[in-house]
Design a protein around this ligand. Structure first.
Ligand code: CUA
Length: 337
């Protein structure tokens, strides 16, 4: 399921998530990269066809000649030597010109990408962790700030400035439908801008080997209309939803009294940890463990029972809970829309 072309489970925001694809550009930067890729592809294809075609032609011609018993052997003459020298000279010139075209277009694209600096971008801070993404939307006041994880929401048609940093080792953010790769380096803020032109959900991932669970460090980018985005941001600014049933009430109490509260924040509760992802709106997200599984009650219960089974090596310890307590915690976390 996870490796299909589309993720069509957990329809939290919009139906499906496109698997990453640099050949389906959905923003100006990815479009420039895709066009450069197309130029390289077509030029290489024509060169390959010419080289293979000439080799086949020479082979067929030689075989035919050798098949005729009465033919004299082909010996080098002054005329054939001159023809050969001209052919080699012409091929060299063509190769140099083609390489120059590729080099110049590559430099020009690189410059255009780094010059992409539209005015008034929306600022978002992304911190790479082993092995998940912390995503922060700064606000004018602390209560306006939004903290989430592994799901990056952006408004369509508006440039976004990403501030990239790492909390541990070097990671690399890769959202191929929108941009190239950018490293997240400890103690060094790297800024990049991108823009999504088409609403949709796009798959991204860590593109730099960063340890055991590098392969489970996925990110989903959700490009929404400005109205939808504003509504989402406003929802994320609200404190976590209050329990409405005795079961979710009990679930919250267990979370607050267990080690969960030391590593995770759930706004409006006594859970104030910052080692792991913010869970205030946990159930609004689609994936669990940064893409280790699709988020639903069953995968969440398994995750809580033994986080090391689904994602060995991650920093979350198993918390001893009875089946009834586990069900209450699942109920509570699944209510955090
Ligand atoms: Cu983070 Cu690979």
């Amino acid at each position: 399921m996870k490796h299909g072309a589309l993720w069509c489970v957990a329809p939290a925001v919009s139906g499906c998530v496109w698997r990453q694809g640099a050949l389906q550009p959905k923003g100006p930067k990815a479009l420039a990269i895709a066009e450069l890729g197309a130029l390289f592809f077509w030029i290489s294809l024509v060169v390959l066809a010419l080289v293979v075609g000439s080799a086949l032609w020479a082979f067929v011609r030689g075989a035919r000649h050798a098949g005729k018993a009465d033919q004299p052997p082909i010996l080098p003459s002054e005329q054939t030597e001159r023809q050969l020298a001209r052919a080699v000279g012409a091929s060299t010139v063509v190769a140099v010109v083609l390489l120059a075209i590729l080099l110049i277009s590559s430099i020009a694209t690189g410059r255009n990408l780094s010059a992409f600096a539209p005015a008034k971008p929306l600022h978002i801070r992304i911190t790479g962790h082993q092995w998940w993404w912390k995503i922060e939307y700064p606000g004018a006041t602390p209560d306006q700030q939004v903290v989430t994880a592994n799901e990056l929401h952006v408004p369509v048609g508006q440039p976004v400035e990403l501030e990239l940093i790492s909390a541990d080792v070097i990671h690399s953010l890769w959202l191929p439908n929108l941009d190239g790769k950018h490293d997240l380096i400890p103690n060094h803020v790297l800024k990049t801008r991108l823009q999504a032109d088409t609403p949709g959900a796009y798959f991204g991932r860590c593109a730099e080997f960063c340890g055991y669970q590098h392969a489970h460090m996925d990110l989903i980018l959700i490009a929404q209309t400005p109205t939808e985005f504003a509504a989402w941001l406003a929802g994320q600014r609200l404190p976590a939803i209050e329990p409405t049933t005795p079961e979710t009430e009990r679930g919250r109490a267990i979370v607050e009294q267990s080690p969960c509260a030391l590593c995770h924040t759930i706004s409006g509760t006594r859970a104030l940890g910052s080692t792991g992802p913010d869970l205030s709106h946990f159930a609004s997200r689609r994936s669990l463990g940064a893409g280790a599984a699709v988020r639903n009650r069953a995968t969440l219960a398994n995750w809580l029972r033994n986080p090391q089974e689904l994602k060995p090596g991650n920093q979350m310890p198993a918390v001893e809970l009875s089946s009834a307590d586990l069900a209450a915690v699942v109920d509570y976390l699944e209510s955090l829309r």
